[in-house]
Design a protein around this ligand. Structure first.
Ligand code: URA
Ligand code: SF4
Length: 192
């Protein structure tokens, strides 16, 4: 994998990638969006239908949920964050990316991290945690606790799609827990 001098260069090459089978069924490669100088990088699983159509991550229902969750702790999704996914092309029928697909796509993500140099990485859902950190614990067990590695603080959270399926805001429920987790992120961000 090459080292890119800028995210712009990476983007222009990534949109041509054919390193795995997902290139055959995608409409658009979804590289990322947000502020390239942000301290926070958010990593989801992979593009869904709306993302595949628009070429932008987290623009569908899960994206709206993510925006709402971030805004509730006064984190601006596009100003304070850069947002991407483990795989840059939509898996057919929104299935989980295979291990081979995640591996094939990882050089792009690693290079994004090198260029962005985020202080904080939010890992949304177990696919992101498993693929990026190699941790196989259920997300319900590891969410909300900082993991520190190579001078980056990682915060695992529930995937926004899971919050769509669990809409209760009651104390102890997934949405409430995610709110607590993001408050920790906001506090850390304020201290940087
Ligand atoms: N779900 C994800 O994990 N990523 C997106 O970009 C959209 C939905
Ligand atoms: Fe390339 Fe990643 Fe798309 Fe596969 S998912 S074709 S590795 S950009």
């Amino acid at each position: 994998m090459k080292n890119y001098s800028s995210l712009k260069k990476l983007n222009s090459e990534c949109v041509e990638c054919t390193s795995c089978n997902l290139s055959k069924t995608r409409k658009n490669v979804v590289v990322g969006k947000g502020n390239e100088s942000a301290q926070v990088l958010i990593i989801g699983e992979g593009p869904g239908e709306q993302e595949d159509i628009t070429g932008l991550p987290f623009v569908g229902r899960a994206g709206k949920m993510l925006d709402t969750a971030l805004s509730s702790v006064d984190i601006d999704p596009l100003e304070d964050c850069y947002i991407t996914n483990i795989v840059k092309c939509r898996p057919p029928n929104n299935r989980k990316p295979s291990a081979a697909e995640s591996e094939a796509c990882m050089p792009w993500l690693n290079e994004q991290v090198n260029l962005l140099k985020p202080k904080i990485i939010i890992l949304a859902g177990s696919t992101a945690v498993q693929s990026f950190l190699g941790i196989n614990e259920p997300i319900s067990k590891i969410r909300g606790q900082w993991i520190e590695k190579d001078n980056i603080k990682y915060m695992p959270i529930f995937h926004p799609s899971y919050l769509l399926r669990n809409p209760s805001k009651n104390k102890g429920k997934p949405k409430w827990l995610t709110w607590q987790d993001l408050k920790k992120v906001k506090k850390e961000l304020n201290s940087i």
